[in-house]
Design a binder for this molecule. Structure first.
Ligand SMILES: Cc1cc2nc3c(=O)[nH]c(=O)nc-3n(C[C@H](O)[C@H](O)[C@H](O)COP(=O)(O)OP(=O)(O)OC[C@H]3O[C@@H](n4cnc5c(N)ncnc54)[C@H](O)[C@@H]3O)c2cc1C
Length: 526
């Protein structure tokens, strides 16, 4: 196999099987970066198709039994698959969409397709069910399984050891950004003639022209989490959201992002679902905000300030610090944990203080980096020592209010602002960013233990949020418990020295009338 490709910082070969030169095709399996443009894994698969003179097959699958499977997640993904079918047609490559139904089980399908491939290319995504998928495929496959890191602009392997704060990762990203910017994926992939084909799949392909709502309604998944009206998935809708952001919201981003309001009037981009499902790439989002005229010459490499690194526009810098630095913090943290797991580098655990009530909620297990049993020990495994110590010291503090999952899910607390944020989440699949922090902090305050609070937050965030089940879902939730933060004196009940937030202060800081009106409109009180 091409040496240049193998030494690329984005590429890892997950097993040591020989290339099957008699294979019928190069198989590309997008698991999380579900798009056919600006995609490093697709570029890699196309290079391999050219090298081995074989057609490319893009296999995109959707099962019924993924954690938190629901009409909401399914619809968003299927809308993306509909766009990908169109994109594949334009590129002239074979696109094999498979969507599991009770009558058509997808068990073992990727392995069967891999058996006829020259090699398999897939996403090196560091969280959710993907690392376990990749480990299983690499173990079973008779051909090379090639993992491509399309997570961000700078490949995660180049970012070094895990960090304790965004401030430590930022300079590493800044140092490599210009160099990696010049190695971006092709916006329109270069498809060699040999990669083009109309090969038919050996299974009944999902029909992207059908009525998606009707199809989803026929499936045995959680329909109590319905699709969000007006929040269309897919690259086409994602590009429209990106255009609106750049033209209408970016000029006010630095000041307006934190202001809780109707998303139509708020400066936040609303891009996280499209980034999460890979319908948009972070590279094209950065290209759009930097503008066509921008070049790496505008980078200010000497600055220590996050507000003037990329260019002189404070709004662009502020946005890219979230979309690049903060987003990468979550991806890199998971990636580093996976690497530690693969090399047996985990630290020993202190689990003495953690309550383990029985629950059937699927919990991500940070020791194994998947959903195998043991995920209830998360806080012991991941929090910095100071946060574990202070939360443990205050674990038995009296709670002024105590709510269980049912009450929290039903937005039935004494706190109107928290209830509004929860209602927004249920109805729209998003929570305004500032309120999302408050939302998480209050669950810590009102739960019987930090471990119980973590379980509730993981569950609610991943079940309802359109950007849930992401590396940043976990780092976002865990930030509420002190991850990537520092002690904030004075010590308080329950929180100890973990940063505290209050609804009263939020109400003093912002005019919330517009936000309440918006929530009452999209999620009327029951
Ligand atoms: C309790 C809690 C849970 C969270 N769960 C998720 C989640 O499930 N998925 C998710 O993508 N983010 C999560 N975040 C981070 C953040 O809230 C969202 O990324 C952001 O609100 C998405 O809205 P936006 O696209 O309009 O953001 P914008 O402000 O427009 O930012 C642009 C992009 O930058 C990235 N970004 C922005 N803020 C953050 C942040 N604080 N941390 C990491 N990346 C960031 C996102 O990719 C976002 O799309 C969570 C934060 C908290 C406190």
């Amino acid at each position: 196999m091409n040496q240049e490709l193998l030494t690329n910082a984005r590429v890892r070969v997950a097993n040591d099987r020989p290339v099957n030169t008699r294979g019928e095709y190069v198989l590309y399996w997008p698991q999380m970066f579900r798009r056919l443009h600006a995609n490093h894994a697709l570029d890699c698969a196309l290079r391999l198709a050219a090298e081995y003179k074989k057609p490319l097959v893009v296999y995109e699958g959707l099962k019924l039994n993924y954690p938190w499977a629901s009409a909401r997640h399914h619809t968003f993904i299927l809308q993306g698959m509909r766009d990908n079918a169109g994109a594949a047609k334009k590129l002239g490559v074979a696109y094999w969409p498979f969507v599991e139904t009770p009558g058509e089980n997808g068990h073992g399908l990727v392995n069967r397709l891999a058996a006829h491939a020259v090699c398999v290319v897939t996403d090196d995504y560091p969280a959710y069910i993907v690392p376990a998928h990749n480990r299983a495929l690499a173990a079973k496959s008779t051909v090379p399984v090639i993992l491509v890191d399309g997570n961000s602009v700078v490949p995660l392997t180049r970012l070094g050891a895990p960090v304790a704060a965004a401030a430590h990762l930022r300079p590493r990203i800044h140092k490599l950004f210009a160099e990696e910017w010049l190695l971006r994926a092709a916006h329109i992939p270069d498809v060699p003639k040999v990669a083009k084909s109309k090969l038919d799949p050996p299974f009944r392909a999902w029909n992207p022209k059908q009525d998606i709502a009707k199809f989803v309604a026929s499936l045995p998944i959680d329909r109590s989490v319905p699709p969000v009206p007006g929040a269309e998935g897919g690259s086409v809708a994602g590009h429209a959201v990106l255009d609106t952001f750049v033209n209408e919201k970016l000029p006010n981003y630095a000041e307006g992002r934190n202001e809780p309001n109707d998303p139509a009037h708020n400066a936040a981009s609303g891009l996280s679902p499209y980034l999460h499902y890979g319908h948009l790439s972070i590279q094209e989002v950065a290209e759009a905000v930097l503008g066509e005229e921008w070049s790496v010459k505008e980078i200010n490499p000497k600055t220590r300030n996050k507000d003037d690194f990329f260019c002189r526009d404070a709004n662009v810098n502020s946005f890219l610090d979230e979309a690049i630095t903060w987003r990468d913090v979550g991806y890199h943290w998971h990636f580093a944990r996976n690497s530690a797991r693969d090399t047996n580098g985990e630290s020993s655990l202190d689990v003495s203080w953690c309550a383990h009530p029985k629950t059937d909620m699927p919990l991500f297990n940070f020791e194994t980096m998947d959903f195998s049993p043991g995920g209830e020990r998360t806080l012991d495994v991941v929090l910095p020592t100071w946060a574990q110590t202070t939360l443990r010291k205050h674990e038995r503090d009296r709670r002024e209010y105590l709510y269980d999952l049912e009450e929290l899910e039903a937005a039935a607390t004494h706190d109107d602002l928290w209830n509004a944020a929860q209602r927004e989440l249920i109805a729209t699949g998003r929570i305004h960013n500032y309120l999302r922090m408050l939302w998480g902090k209050k669950v810590l305050e009102w739960s019987e233990s930090p471990a119980a609070a973590y379980r509730v937050l993981e569950y609610l965030n991943n079940k309802y949020a359109l950007d849930g089940r992401d590396p940043n879902s976990y780092t976002g939730v865990l930030w509420c418990f002190g991850l990537f933060d520092r002690p904030w004196p004075p010590e308080r009940p329950v929180f100890g020295s973990v940063r505290y937030m209050s609804s009263g202060n939020t109400a003093k800081k912002f005019d919330l009338d517009g936000y309440y009106e918006y929530v009452d409109r999209v999620a009327p009180r029951s």
